[in-house]
Design a protein around this ligand. Sequence first.
Ligand code: 13P
Length: 250
Amino acid sequence: MRKKIVAGNWKMNTLPAEGVELAKGVAAGKGEVCDSVNFIVCPPFTHLHSVIETLKGTAIEVGAQDCATEVKGAYTGEVAASMIAALGCKYVILGHSERRQYYGETSESLNKKMARAYENNLVPIYCVGENLEEREAGRHFEVCKQQIEEVVFNLSEEQFAKLVIAYEPVWAIGTGKTATADQAQEIHAYIREVLRSKFGAAAEECPILYGGSCKPSNAGEIFSKADVDGGLIGGAALKAEDFLGIGKAF
Ligand code: 13P
């Protein structure tokens, strides 16, 4: 049985006190969601500490939204994987399309970030996905394959066993336009096939999350698909009720 995960990517939203309130709200309602659903929240760096403190003793885990390529040193403005891990973070989102698109994230930098994450026992949530132009040209399979081959294929078997993948079509992020459940299943199954070609049966254990305008009203149908193991949620993760509602959709 693969892990079921609902992860909230808060992006650059909430002030620290608001983040703590949101985390409290999620913790308060978690009991109403089936125990087998793993909840993760990924606040901005500035409130990782306070959110981790708030969630101590609850089943909700915390992740960061990125980490540095380097171990430490003179890299003004960067945050090292070791710093995140020392706070008690368990996960780190890597390769989100917004970082690829706006901050020049490449497979080269992502290979380094993956290495830093594993050195610090952080579980990477590695994001892949095509943009609208690529989808319309029917290139979505090839784009996802390349994003996986260039980064995930460099992992050892032991590292791969801890990986979480998120498929996030760029055209569905923050647009209100979600992939249909069949579109999600089609590409999730394809991603798993690509993973199987390298890692064999271990690919069956890798959680593949869907992300892109996921909300309580559409999560149930998307999560019902065989190769969809949960969601990476943006906008709907900013309201405890909606985020929990997505978990209840399983
Ligand atoms: P939305 O749920 O706001 O579309 O964002 C998805 C996302 O990018 C999560 O990482």
